[in-house]
Design a protein around this ligand. Structure first.
Ligand code: SF4
Ligand code: SF4
Length: 449
């Protein structure tokens, strides 16, 4: 039986969500786009008013509405600040779906890019890995460096030039080559967990997946990491493709039956925030909704899980290091996980955590925001890097691939000597007693993060 398709219009959203906002404005100082522009419609209160007007048939979803929804970062800082408990995450997803359903942003180029990426590339990770291998060859054979030096890339249209300049380093080996499908617990086995390798995370940060599995195993977990996995669908849900997001959620539920695991682990803030809401996504699907509810209860962010089970302390001979911590929006605001990453860092001997001013203020990455809104993303990146500089730390820990990419690119462009690293990697290094020196990577990974 085919599951019924759920309408993606704002007017079909539960009205109790649409009318939650009491217009108090307490969220405005927390909103990065409002702070930068001081324009009401560029803040949460104005955006919610637009959404409600559409839900109540007082406004048609025209181009101005659609553009506004894509100017919003989806960072959810407003949800944290809101005393009325407005569910901005659901409003935002539905508003972007409304913008797509209205078709007001359609153009041949945009349609092609969306069909190729959201509709094809990210629907089967073998395709993404194939593209990753091609890009890896392009980089490893020196073609990228040659083309950049030749100036030929200057002939590309501006959006493509920008995209090329942002092409991240692809890992020489993806997660399946670094992690066994089943990793036994080191010492007594207390838990059986599944580990999600992600899509971009697998291509760009497979070393973090390797470190996550090792840390889990050292903390009494047997870890199941099947080599063939699916994208979680967060990219689709945040870009107005809710039906594709549902297809991917069903694939995850089929691959990882939640009753077989004590926990299902995500180490990416953005993915985890979406992965914890499969029950809402599949609420109208009688075949999957119960399994989805169990899945949501088992889905754990890596920091959340490690703190809950108790972190085994590493040896005490670590070198002294100063680290600051940038909070991924969807870890802090989407999942409410703020203390656990700091607790994980505090468990590492000789590591001094210097608090980052505005640590949960968006860095401008926000999924693909830095590609579609480069000006605002650039302003946010500058603000973030200035704060990082003020801490004096040479190591910045953060737990989301988008943030790692955005900050790495920003640091590289400005010639800053920063190491961008996932907190779990710092813990894995402390367990091994081998620490990154900041020089060329002996493990064969690209430029040290
Ligand atoms: S999600 Fe972020 S950018 Fe969008 S309205 Fe809320 S605080 Fe502002
Ligand atoms: S979203 Fe929340 S904080 Fe912002 S205006 Fe509405 S009720 Fe107030």
């Amino acid at each position: 039986m085919k599951a019924p398709q759920r309408p993606a219009r704002l007017k079909d959203l539960d009205f109790s969500i649409v009318q939650q906002c009491i217009h108090c404005g307490l969220c405005l100082p927390a909103c990065p786009t409002y702070a930068a522009t001081k324009v009401e419609r560029h803040g949460p209160r104005g955006r919610i008013a637009l959404m409600r007007a559409i839900a109540e048939d007082q406004l048609e979803p025209g181009p101005a509405f659609a553009r506004e929804m894509y100017f919003c970062l989806g960072c959810l800082a407003c949800a944290t600040a809101c005393p009325a408990g407005v569910n901005y995450a659901r409003l935002f997803e539905r508003a972007r779906a409304e913008a797509e359903a209205s078709g007001v942003l359609r153009s041949p180029g945009r349609n092609l890019v969306r069909a190729w990426t959201l509709g094809w590339l990210f629907m089967d990770l073998r395709r993404l890995q194939w593209l990753g291998r091609c890009l890896r060859l392009y980089q490893a054979l020196g073609i990228q460096a040659l083309l950049r030096r030749s100036g030929l890339l200057g002939l590309l249209p501006k959006p493509l030039r920008r995209l090329e300049a942002m092409t991240p380093d692809i890992q020489p080996r993806f997660s399946a080559a670094l992690v066994a499908p089943l990793t036994p617990a080191r010492g007594p086995k207390n838990y059986r967990v599944a580990m999600l390798i992600g899509c971009a995370q697998d291509l760009l940060f497979s070393d973090i997946n390797r470190d996550t599995v090792e840390v889990l195993a050292r903390n009494g977990c047997e870890v199941s990491t099947p080599p063939k996995q699916s994208c979680c669908g967060s990219l689709h849900a945040h870009n107005g493709e809710l039906e594709l997001a549902r297809q991917l959620a069903r694939k995850q539920l089929d691959q990882f039956p939640p009753d077989q695991f004590d926990a299902i682990i995500s180490n990416a803030g953005g993915c985890g925030s979406h992965l914890k809401h499969y029950a809402t996504l599949l609420a109208d699907d009688p075949r999957y909704r119960e399994r989805a509810a169990l899945w949501d209860s088992k889905l754990k962010d890596i920091h959340e899980w490690l703190v809950a089970i108790g972190i085994r302390p590493p040896a005490q001979d670590a070198p002294p290091r100063v680290v600051t911590y940038h909070e991924s929006c969807h870890l802090a605001h989407g999942q409410g996980i703020t203390t656990q990453p700091r607790q994980l860092l505090a468990a590492i001997p000789n590591l001094r955590l210097v608090e980052l001013p505005e640590s949960s203020w968006c860095c401008g990455s926000a999924g693909i925001y830095n590609l579609i809104q480069p000006e605002m993303a650039g302003q946010l990146l500058e603000r973030k890097l200035n704060h990082i500089r003020s801490t004096g730390a040479a190591i910045v820990a953060t737990a989301n691939p988008g943030c790692l990419l955005q900050l790495t690119l920003g640091a590289k462009q400005r010639g800053l000597n920063l190491r961008l690293v996932h907190p779990v990697t710092l813990l894995a290094e402390a367990y091994r007693g081998r620490y990154c020196s900041g020089g060329p990577c002996r493990a064969g990974f690209p430029a040290c993060r």
